[in-house]
Ligand binder design. Structure first.
Ligand code: FAD
Length: 470
């Protein structure tokens, strides 16, 4: 075992959460080391793959803090940890300002209120993966360069595998390099920023779906739950692990890289109906695409869901997103079934004709009478307006659930200190970004915003470490 020289802070993971923590720590005069499992110069992570929009539950991060706090609580059906919601609402503005000072550039996308801070240059409006040289990639390179300039370091090909413990607190990290060397990194504080457990199929199988291989990894698939495992071993509390941030995608995403991570099909699916292989609705589409993706994942067969809609939806909400399904799903080669009648559509989908006709009829009638909340399952329309599926041609798109990152995880305080079930903190141990829980998820799979959460709590962790070490 090779012992490295001691750092003030060792950060596990070089995504936006980890780099924000490390750079802020270095700015405050601390010696910071980032351990990153990826070996490539441009190692993959969700931050690098992301769309680069810094927002809070689709609101501008510059809105007043009390307003943002309400927005977070609305998005999470009041289930978000209040202290985390308050901290994010208060400091999101500061995080964006700090990123800009560190050299990150932002652009605004038109008048869209929640897209006023998009990492520049933005990805083009094309289907499929396209991250190299785009805003999030440039941002990570910028933050790393700034870290190195201040004497910090990022060690690629170095995977943390355990935490060093003394008197119940954390005093460093054990790691293994890609060529098999075992290393110890003594540290006065450790920040877990390894990005969630979405790519750990065993854990996904335990907490999210019985058939994890039937979820599409809609990200870099680098989060394998190491942080969660290491924190648990030191006595950390864990928030419920059953929700994920993701979207409805074309089922073709398993075989066609042109249809993921964009276009995501939320606008299309939630304007009309989503049915299972029996032609029946099984979810409240009005709760939004992230929720629907979670419910698709819970079906006995997550590869049996369909979005069913008509021409008005295809040419309306179908064109609404930044990279909309219409026309990008077709351009990317994704399946879009079309038929003049519902009978013909059901035949193409190979779902029971009578059942699909009844589902559509009941849905349309409930909408016409304003009784959609009485449908089974109900169809709320406070978040997303319901549109009838009435005028041909009719359409169906085979769906899958794309999992981007897990929303449950390590319990933290507002300063990103890792908590025990008793509420006490674990000395020297912090966690930020998608490896943490408490803010997002819950019964409505409430999505707040992965990038702003990662940056804000990264900064807060570093500032708390600096205070504690002084
Ligand atoms: C396609 C896509 C689009 C998105 N769009 C947006 C958006 O527009 N807005 C938004 O707010 N969010 C978006 N997100 C979500 C956002 O990217 C994430 O929530 C955020 O980047 C998480 O940052 P992180 O630092 O926690 O994790 P990551 O960026 O995933 O970084 C974690 C790092 O830890 C490393 N690691 C893992 N285990 C170990 C270990 N044992 N030792 C060392 N290193 C380890 C990984 O290799 C990885 O580099 C998007 C994500 C994707 C995939």
């Amino acid at each position: 075992m090779i012992q490295h020289e001691a750092s003030d802070v060792v950060v596990i993971g070089g995504g936006l959460g980890g780099l924000s923590a490390a750079l802020r720590a270095a700015q405050l005069g601390l010696r910071a080391t980032v351990l990153e499992r990826g070996q490539d110069e441009l190692y993959l992570c969700n931050s690098r793959f992301s769309g680069g929009i810094l927002h809070i539950a689709q609101h501008n991060v510059l809105e007043p803090a009390d307003q943002l706090e309400r927005v977070i609580l609305d998005a999470t059906l009041g289930e978000a940890d209040l202290s985390l919601a308050k901290a994010l609402a208060l400091d999101a503005r500061r995080a964006v300002g700090w990123l800009a000072e560190a050299g990150t550039r932002f652009i605004k996308v038109g008048q869209i209120v929640w897209q006023q801070h998009v990492l520049a240059p933005p990805r083009p409006i094309t289907p499929g993966l396209d991250w190299k040289g785009r805003g999030p990639d440039v941002t990570l390179r910028t933050l790393e360069a700034a870290l190195v300039k201040l004497g910090g370091r990022l060690l690629r090909g170095t995977a943390a595998c355990g935490l060093l413990e003394r008197d119940g607190g954390c005093v460093g990290v054990e790691a293994v390099t890609s060529d098999g060397r075992q290393l110890q990194f003594p540290a006065r504080a450790v920040v877990l920023a390894d990005g969630g457990f979405q790519a750990n199929l065993e854990m996904i199988g335990k907490h999210i779906t019985a058939v994890p291989s039937r979820l599409k990894q809609r990200g870099a698939a680098t989060g394998v739950g190491d942080g969660l495992r290491m924190a648990t071993a030191l006595g950390a509390a864990i928030s419920p692990l059953n929700a994920f941030y993701g979207h409805m995608l074309s089922r073709d995403a398993f075989t066609n890289d042109k249809v993921w991570p964009y276009p995501q099909l939320d606008e299309l699916g939630t304007a009309g109906i989503v049915v299972d292989g029996a032609g029946q609705r099984f979810v409240d589409e009005g709760m939004g695409g992230v929720y629907v993706a979670n419910m698709i994942a819970r079906l006995p067969d997550p590869l049996s869901a369909w979005a069913v809609f008509d021409e008005a939806i295809w040419n309306g909400p179908g064109k609404d997103a930044r990279i909309p399904a219409n026309p990008h799903l077709v351009r990317g080669g994704g399946t879009v079934l079309q038929a003049a009648t519902l009978t013909d559509l059901a035949a193409q989908m190979q779902v029971p004709v009578e059942r699909l006709m009844l589902t559509v009829e009941q849905y349309n009638d409930a909408l016409a009478q304003g009784h959609n909340e009485q449908l089974q399952p109900r169809r709320t329309s406070t978040r997303i307006a319901a549109m009838p599926v009435r005028s041909g041609p009719f359409y169906a798109v085979p769906l899958c659930a794309g999992i981007t990152y897990t929303m449950g995880g390590i319990s933290i305080s507002a300063d990103a200190r890792v908590l025990r079930a008793s509420g006490a903190t674990i000395g020297g141990l912090y966690a930020v970004g998608a490896t943490t829980g408490g803010l997002e998820g819950g019964s409505g799979a409430g999505y707040v915003g992965g990038l702003i959460k990662a940056a804000t709590f990264g900064i807060r962790a570093a500032e708390d470490i600096a205070r504690a070490l002084r």
